[in-house]
Design a protein around this ligand. Structure first.
Ligand SMILES: Nc1ncnc2c1ncn2[C@@H]1O[C@H](COP(=O)(O)OP(=O)(O)OP(=O)(O)O)[C@@H](O)[C@H]1O
Length: 246
């Protein structure tokens, strides 16, 4: 009969002299193999979940302009940028087992998407599922679930958006304020925080503006854990972007 023990002694017989095996017992090798299989299937499950969300949203989670954004290619020319970069790096480094959300708020073109994409790219490389979506895309997909031909329900879409490891909602405050938008963002943030999943928000609004738009309930949930609020209050970088720098 094939047991881990006799498979292991066969392997040992084949092993050249001087090679020190990582395991000395058959059960340890078997346990390691099972653990690797479990990790792989969890990674495939996460990848599938992220790809499904990206398909539904009609584009990849990170836009083309931001695909190569990293912490290393964010240029620091002021103390504010240095702090923002350090906080974004810290957020990514401490993401594992953290429930902390983040808000990047401030002027256009200052690098909110750049640093959110850098966090996203870093997490994707570590096997996490990440989706960056604008409020406009979110709402049009939500409204799409009402059409007769859609197989996706509003409930299912909210469930799926609540399941990715990191969801970043961009352009908060760009739309004309609508009650439906507020209800949907509330539901997503509520579900994500109660299942210990953090949410990122990018906005040109300040603290008061975001509180007024989304309400205390949502903003209070955004403060769970060691959450971050980073203010981007320097000049836009957009006039320096050529499109081929990274
Ligand atoms: N400090 C920086 N170093 C390098 N590139 C930067 C920096 N700041 C911004 N950029 C680049 O400038 C462009 C605009 O930045 P980004 O999209 O991150 O702005 P934003 O703050 O999200 O703006 P908006 O509020 O208008 O959406 C991007 O291509 C980004 O990579």
């Amino acid at each position: 009969m094939k047991t881990p023990e006799n498979l292991f002694s066969r392997l040992q017989r084949l092993m050249p002299d001087g090679v020190k095996p990582k395991f000395t017992r058959g059960e340890d090798l078997l346990a390691w193999n099972q653990e690797q299989g479990r990790l792989r299937s969890e990674a495939v499950f996460r990848e599938n979940r992220a790809m499904k969300m990206q398909r539904i949203m009609g584009r990849s989670g990170i836009r083309e302009l931001h695909m190569n954004c990293s912490f290393d290619n964010y240029r620091v020319e002021s103390e504010g940028q240095r702090k923002a970069l350090a906080m974004a790096r810290q957020y990514a480094a401490e993401f594992e087992h953290s429930i902390a959300s983040f808000v990047f708020s401030g002027r256009p073109g200052t690098g909110k998407n750049h640093l959110a994409a850098a966090i996203g790219n870093d997490l994707i490389l570590r096997g996490k599922s990440v989706l960056i979506v604008t409020v406009a895309d979110l709402m049009s997909n939500m409204k799409g679930t009402f059409s007769g031909g859609s197989t996706l329900t509003e409930e299912r879409l909210i469930h799926d958006l609540s399941s990715v490891d990191l969801l970043v909602i961009d352009e908060i405050g760009m739309q004309t304020e609508s009650r439906y938008e507020k209800v949907i963002i509330n539901q997503i943030v509520d579900r994500r925080s109660s299942s210990k999943r953090p949410t990122g928000m990018l906005s040109n609004l300040n603290h008061e503006g975001m509180n007024a738009l989304l309400g205390d309930r949502v903003m209070d949930r955004m403060r769970l854990g060691n959450s971050m609020w980073v203010r981007f209050d320097w000049d836009s970088y957009r006039d320096r972007v050529r499109g081929d720098e990274y």
